[in-house]
Design a protein around this ligand. Structure first.
Ligand code: BDR
Ligand code: CA
Length: 351
């Protein structure tokens, strides 16, 4: 029997994170070891709650646990004048309620539609595990064989960077890290940077300097693999709870993107960023125009803070190549995979 791919998801759920979670739970080729939540699209207590809702929607509460992760980025909120800072840390008022999410892009048109605070699912009955996401990474990876586990962070990289700094012995245990984040010709949170990296640039740089095999699924690829409202209707017709959730979220995202992105408005669709990273773990050929090159994240705290700086010069020195960075994607392959996984799940349930 074919061995399943052991993965850990790291999410800031988030509508596209929710679709990524559905796919990671329902694709039978995965052995999902756990879900780590993190501060990002919304604050970590909400990303945790939303992740628990998705686990229940897929009826996986017996198999998959959620581990609550870091509630603030490593460094980026410490500068009082940075656009992300609440000023809370700098004034030493760390326990001052309410603690608003410091890095939410928040008030841009379409944001609330794209990432509502609560997913359209019932309040969860299950709770997160008592261990933190960082503890879970350390325990699970230290107990694993070398190169055994693939990590799929599709939110800010805070949990993983903290775990790597806490115990670098976890690094050889990692088979590959498939990151949804970054952008070369496309960005969304600043003129230079993509949201997941912009939230916690230092964490991203720690992770990509770890020496692990890194595959980037940046905005250039995820925007090429947009899904349309028309396609979501076919998913909805499957009629299962996970399929209806996926269709609802695609439609909701399409409404949000129509308010902020002229191209997506014309295409009547939206990128489902995080789910493309999940697809790329099993089907790397879904990523196109993949550069084997050197990428660093700007941690300088100025205009390019959080930018993924992609080496495009022809003579990249072999030793300096530290990742694979996709500039395009096969949107049909992505959609077909999503549909097939949801259809197989329906058949498995005997519906
Ligand atoms: C990324 O940012 C988040 O808003 C999405 O969930 C995705 O992970 C896209 O820039
Ligand atoms: Ca995300």
């Amino acid at each position: 029997m074919e061995e399943k791919r052991k993965i850990i998801m790291d999410v800031d759920t988030g509508s596209d994170d929710a679709i990524a979670l559905v796919m990671s739970m329902l694709d039978e080729h995965f052995d999902l070891l756990g879900i780590c939540s993190v501060n990002g699209n919304i604050e970590v207590k909400l990303t945790t709650d939303n992740s628990l809702r998705v686990v229940e929607c897929c009826e996986k509460e017996e198999d998959v646990k959620v581990y609550k992760g870091c509630d603030l980025p490593m460094v980026s909120t410490l500068t009082p004048w940075s656009p992300q800072s609440t000023g809370i840390q700098s004034w030493g008022l760390i326990n001052e309620p309410p603690r608003k999410n410091p890095r939410r892009s928040g008030d841009r048109p379409g944001d609330k539609e794209v990432h509502p605070e609560h997913l359209p699912l019932p309040e969860p009955r299950i709770k997160e595990d008592s261990r933190s996401a960082v503890q879970f990474y350390l325990e699970t990876l230290l107990a694993a064989k070398d190169g055994e586990i693939t990590l799929v962070p599709v939110g800010p990289l805070t949990n993983l960077a903290v775990a790597m700094r806490a115990d670098p012995r976890i690094i050889p245990k990692i088979k590959e890290i498939v990151i949804m984040g970054g952008g070369h010709l496309m960005n969304n949170s600043s003129p230079a940077s993509e949201f997941n990296i912009w939230v916690d640039p230092e964490a991203a740089e720690v992770v990509i300097q770890s020496g692990c095999k890194i595959t980037w699924v940046p905005l250039d690829a995820t925007h090429a693999a947009y899904i349309t409202v028309e396609e979501s209707k076919k998913i909805r017709e499957l009629g299962t709870k996970p399929a209806v959730l996926v269709a609802d979220l695609i439609e909701q995202r399409t409404i949000g993107y129509a308010r902020s992105d002229a191209e997506m408005r014309d295409l009547k669709g939206a990128p489902i960023h995080d789910a493309l990273a999940v697809c790329a773990v099993l089907h790397p050929e879904v990523l196109k125009d993949v550069l084997h090159t050197n990428v660093h994240v700007d941690v300088g705290g100025s205009y390019a803070y959080g930018q993924t700086i992609v080496e495009r010069r022809i003579r990249v020195i072999e030793e300096e190549k530290n990742c694979y960075f996709a500039l395009n994607a096969d949107r049909k392959m992505f959609y077909d995979w999503m549909y097939e996984v949801l259809k197989n799940d329906k058949e498995k349930r005997g519906l």
